[in-house]
Write a protein that binds this ligand. Sequence first.
Ligand code: BTN
Length: 247
Amino acid sequence: MQIFWYDTIDSTNSEALRRLPELPSLCILAAHDQTAGRGQRGNSWFTEAGKNLTFSIVLKFGQNGIPPLAVKEAVGLNYLISDVVAKFLRGFGVDCQIKWPNDIYVQRRKISGVLIENTLNGEYLEASVIGAGININQREFPQLANATSLYRCIGQEQDLEEGLSRLCSLFEKELPLLFNPRQKAALFENYTSHLFQLGVPARYRDLLEDREFTGVIQGVEADGRLCIQDTEGQRRLYRFKEVGYIL
Ligand code: BTN
């Protein structure tokens, strides 16, 4: 997989979307510094220049060996990238969990976040830009109370380019799983088995009803909704942005 490194760019996701027509069907845009990194829900993604991995994987479906992917199957991309990032971190001995839908946490601190942006052609995905930020060598997070990095977990710095190559290999190895129903089920099981707070009573906020409740994460439905059982035994299903974790 080709990797295009930038010294500085506004956002690797934005750049990938701008350059989409000319980019190969499977490649990565990575930056040593992002000046306008974007996160979920319109948030910014802040990271110290030259310390962390910030990159976007570009996939063009139905081209050069990448099979077509229906929009209703797009949630699989989420399982794939979460599994890959978690596996990458576990390779360094870090015990991490996937905070639904695709944050990676070490204990109660965030080490990685993902922003997936798709372009569509009818009921199929045309392209996907899978942006990920993984905190690698950053030591201090003055503005982010709940952030951590690989360095903070293992006390060793890593070479960023080498790290990204390693992650690329994992991604390329796992990508075919998405297009094989049986292997996709295994990918999904692996994802759910590593969910943060799975089976543990914890506090959540129902963002639709604007109220807090205690519940236990039971798993994720095939369509990607998070299932939390409340103390009355009711199974509540949530889409992204409908529920918040109270940490
Ligand atoms: C989140 O947790 O809110 C998602 C953060 C995603 C950040 C990455 S860094 C590389 C790529 N480029 C961006 O502008 N955002 C993603």
